[in-house]
Write a protein that binds this ligand. Structure first.
Ligand code: FUL
Length: 481
């Protein structure tokens, strides 16, 4: 297959509506909360007494406020972690909040969190661990899959709109020493039927695990990847496939550095749209431990992860674990607010309003003026066959620039392969940034650059490049007076 045939094939892959809506959330919270919060562990073994669970001051609205202060747009709750304890009164097991002292067994934390999310304008998502170390039929095939589907159904029908169903890849032994063979296809069918707008993440076809839990990202994150990338987690965790030599040989690891370059894709079969999500915790653990109160990640570290994820064609799922009272600790609250303030300030003033724009080429009706508005209704595009272009942004006076933001029109796939940003400084053209992919969003910190002329040179694209938005943001610290 020639390069141009390959490029055409790859750029015919676009996001579904649910994937696009999910990506536009950009940054959202993970809440890890269960009996582990009370036993000071990371993984419960399923033998924990319901009696130990009593977050007496639980305030889901406080969680929602903390998330909003950070600039997050959604919240995902561990409704059931590997220990099998349910934060809602599931009628299919006794191992739930209904048998705990919390609100004298009348509580439903899934209800409280989903209500708080709606009140504060956050999307609500669920984490339901397939691995269950408490339920007796785990490891016995169909009976456990029935149980799991029943629980899924309760969650998908009882708590309003769900934006994400997050399936963890961890698959260990049950209390009986057996491992379960999960019926992923069946779970998927149930989710599509009951919540057609929800994305299924990690062990699902819509959102890809970035490959680590540390907050690290790839320099070039492609959303168009081989079809078989979808199976990485399932194969790694599913003993049935592990016996299958052919599957093992063809296995792609979610940790591979290159998941989508032309070089990699040329030997692949079908390609799919499968964007990356970065999941990491604000503390070392996923669950709250008092001993980690002074180990909340620094603002600088969170900014680095934000640049790599939201600003690197990914999504950012940041875990903020509530404590034993059922509250987000003040240290975490403070850091979340600092992060939100930084995001709000960094992207407050778009200098494009006063800029003059020009391009060396464009497709009729898709001129460069289209990049001023952040929407997919229109975009800048070159003519078919033109895979390079230059865009100039000029101001009548010097500007102090904090960030440049580029967005492709991903409704027309991911096309840009390489680009350069130049700036005129003291009468000379200097290279300000050299990058590879743009995708949904590329955030480029320009470190207080002072200039009256920026030039974006797209050096290589799979097919005619698109840009749906360019933002040039004032450096808020320096100001522009
Ligand atoms: C992992 C789990 O084992 C951790 O406890 C945590 O839930 C993390 C998000 O996923 O696979």
């Amino acid at each position: 297959m020639s390069l141009s045939q390959l490029d055409c094939r790859l750029t015919s892959v676009v996001p579904s509506r649910r994937q696009l809506a999910h990506q536009q959330l950009e940054f959202y919270a993970f809440i890890h909360f269960t009996v582990n919060t009370f036993t000071d562990r990371e993984w419960g073994d399923g033998t924990e007494e319901e009696q130990i669970f009593n977050p007496a001051k639980l305030d889901a609205r406080q969680w929602a406020r903390a998330a909003v202060s950070a600039g997050m747009k959604g919240m995902l709750l561990t409704c059931k972690h590997h220990d099998g304890f349910c934060l809602w009164p599931s009628k299919y097991t006794t191992h739930t909040v209904a048998n705990s002292p919390y609100k004298n067994g009348q509580g439903d934390i899934v209800r409280e969190v989903s209500d708080a999310c709606r009140e504060y304008g956050l999307k609500f998502g669920i984490y339901l661990s397939p691995w269950d170390r408490n339920y007796p039929t785990y490891g016995f095939g169909e009976p456990y899959n029935d149980y799991f589907v029943n629980q899924l159904t309760e969650l998908l029908t009882g708590y309003g709109e769900i934006f994400s169903v997050w399936f963890d890849g961890a698959c260990g032994e049950g209390s009986n020493g057996k491992k379960q063979v999960y019926d992923w296809e069946r779970y998927e069918r149930v989710i599509r039927e009951l919540q057609p707008n929800a994305c299924i993440s990690v062990c699902g076809p819509d959102v890809r695990w970035c490959g680590n839990e540390a907050g690290d990202t790839r320099p070039s994150e492609w959303s168009v990847v081989p079809l078989r990338t979808k199976d990485t987690e399932r194969i790694a965790e599913n003993s049935q496939h592990e016996d299958d030599a052919q599957f093992r040989e063809r296995k792609i690891s979610a940790m591979d550095l290159d998941l989508g370059s032309r070089c990699m894709m040329k030997n692949e079969g079908e390609a799919i749209w499968y964007p990356a999500e970065v999941n990491t915790s604000i503390r070392p653990g996923w669950f709250y431990h008092e001993s980690e109160d002074d180990k909340v990640r620094s603002l600088e570290e969170l900014k680095r992860i934000y640049y790599g994820s939201v600003g690197g064609n990914g999504m950012f799922l940041l875990n903020i674990p509530p404590d034993r009272n059922g509250l987000i600790h003040p240290n975490d609250q403070k850091r979340l607010k600092e992060l939100g303030d930084w995001i709000r300030q960094s992207f407050a003033v778009n200098l494009m309003d006063q800029a003059e724009l020009s391009a060396d080429r464009w497709l009729d009706g898709s001129d460069v003026e289209q990049v001023r508005e952040d929407s997919y209704a229109s975009c800048f595009r070159t003519e078919d066959g033109d895979i390079t272009c230059t865009i100039d942004i000029r101001w009548s006076k010097m500007q102090k620039i904090g960030h440049l933001v580029l967005k492709e029109d991903i409704c027309q796939s991911q096309r840009i392969e390489r680009f350069l940003v130049e700036a005129e400084v003291d009468g000379k053209n200097v290279m300000a940034y050299y990058g590879s992919v743009v995708g949904y969003k590329k955030i480029i910190p320009l470190n207080h650059l002072e200039t009256d002329h920026l030039r974006i040179r797209i050096l290589d694209s799979r097919v005619a490049p698109t840009l749906s938005f360019i933002g040039v943001y004032e450096d808020q610290k320096a100001g522009n007076t």
